[in-house]
Ligand binder design. Sequence first.
Ligand SMILES: *[C@@H]1O[C@H](CO)[C@@H](O)[C@H](O)[C@H]1NC(C)=O
Ligand SMILES: *[C@@H]1O[C@H](CO)[C@@H](O)[C@H](O)[C@H]1NC(C)=O
Ligand SMILES: *[C@@H]1O[C@H](CO)[C@@H](O)[C@H](O)[C@H]1NC(C)=O
Ligand SMILES: *[C@@H]1O[C@H](CO)[C@@H](O)[C@H](O)[C@H]1NC(C)=O
Length: 388
Amino acid sequence: MSSYFFLSLAALLFTLSLLPGSTSLPTSTTTIGATYSSGTAATYAMPPTPEKVAHAVAALGLRSLRLDSSDPTLVRAFLYSNTTLLLTIPNQMVPPLAANRSNALRWLYVHVVPFYPRTKISTISVGNDPLESSPDFSTFLLPAIRNLHLSLRDLGIRKISVSTTFSFISVITTPFPPSSAQFLEPALDTVVRPLLQFLRDTNSSFLVNLYPYNLYKIRSEIPIGFPLFQEHPFGFRDDLTTGVRYRNLFDMMVDAVISAMAVAGYENIPLIVTETGWPSFSTDPTEIDANPVYAELYLKGLLCHLRSGKGTPLRKEGVSETYIYELLDKQMRKGRNWGILYPNLTAKYKYIQFSGSYCRGFFDMLIMAVGQFLVFAFLRGNGSFSLL
Ligand SMILES: *[C@@H]1O[C@H](CO)[C@@H](O)[C@H](O)[C@H]1NC(C)=O
Ligand SMILES: *[C@@H]1O[C@H](CO)[C@@H](O)[C@H](O)[C@H]1NC(C)=O
Ligand SMILES: *[C@@H]1O[C@H](CO)[C@@H](O)[C@H](O)[C@H]1NC(C)=O
Ligand SMILES: *[C@@H]1O[C@H](CO)[C@@H](O)[C@H](O)[C@H]1NC(C)=O
C-alpha cells in the first residue's frame, strides 16, 4: 500500500514537472487578440451593440481586436479603452485608394482621425487576402499601401503602421519542411517582394492568416495530435535541412513564412498572425474534426505555447501578435462556427483564460495529474511499468 502511495506521489510530481514552466521568464511575448466581423443583420441574428463588443473583449482580457471592416461606430466604442485595434480596409477599397491619395486621406478622416489616439490603433491592413480577390487588383496593392502611409504622415501620425494581410494557403508554396517554403510566383515578384521592402523601410509587420486546421484537412498524413499541440515523445517532425525539430503544426507554418521571407531576402520582418482558430461546429456532418473538444484543445494549446515564451525554432522572439478567429459565432445556414463567444456573448470555453500569464489553470493540472496517475496505476497493475 505504501509503495502504491509513493508511486502515485511520484506520478504527480512527474506530471507537474512536465508542465511547461510557468516559473521561467518568457523570452517572447505575443499579444493575444481576436478578430471581429462587423455585425450586420446578415452576419448575426441580433448584432451586438459596439459597446457590448468592447465590453466583451475587455471582459475576456484580450489585449487587441482586429476589425474586418473598420466600422467607425466600432472604433468609437473603444475610445479610452485599453484594447488596441488592428483595422482592415475591405478589398474593394484598394483600387480607389491607389488611384488618388485624397481618397486615402478621406478614409482616414472617417475611420481614424476622429478617434485616434484616444482609441489605440496599431496597424491598418489594406485588404485581406488580396491575391484571392477577383477581379485581380494586385497591381493596385502597393500604391494603395503607400498612399495610406503617406497620408498618415501628412496627418502627423507616425505610430500606426500600414501593411496588408495574406492567407498562408494562397501565398506559400511547398511549406514542408519549413526550410523549403517559398512565396508563390508570380505574386512574389509583383507584390510580395515590394511589400517586404516597404515593411522593412517603415518598420512594419507581415500579416498572415494561418490555419493548422486547414492544412491538417488537406494533408491526411498529419496525425491529429500535431495541430492540437498534444506533445508526446514520438509526435514530432524534423526539418533535415535546418536540423530543427517541430512538435506542433503552428510552429511549422510560422517557420515556413519566416523561411519564405528569408529566401526572398528579408529576414527580420516581424510577423503577426491575423487569423487562426479551430471550428467547434460544421454544418457538414462529415467534418468530424470540427468539434468543441478539438477546438478547446487547439485554443488552450496555442495560448499555452504562445505564453511559454519559447517562440518558434527559427524565430526565438516568436510572432508578435496573434488574433484568434473569431470573437463571435456567426449566424449561418452553411459553414462552420469559430467563435470563442456564443452569439449571446457568453463564453463557449469555460476553462480557457485569454489573459494572464499562466499556461494552465489549477483545474487542468488536477485533471492531468489524475490522468497521469491512472496511466501509472494501470501500467503498474499490468507489471509492465519499469521507470521507477
Ligand atoms: C487601462 O489600464 C490602466 C493601467 O493598467 C488602468 O489604470 C485603467 O483603468 C484601464 N482602463 C480601462 C478602461 O480599463
Ligand atoms: C484626386 O481627388 C481629388 C478630390 O476628389 C481631385 O481634386 C483630384 O483631381 C484627384 N486627383 C487625381 C490625380 O485624380
Ligand atoms: C520599430 O518598431 C518597434 C516595435 O514596433 C519599435 O520598438 C522600434 O523602436 C521601431 N524602430 C524604428 C526605427 O522606428
Ligand atoms: C447563450 O447561448 C448558449 C448557446 O446557445 C446557451 O447554451 C446559453 O445558455 C446562453 N446563455 C444565456 C445567458 O442566454
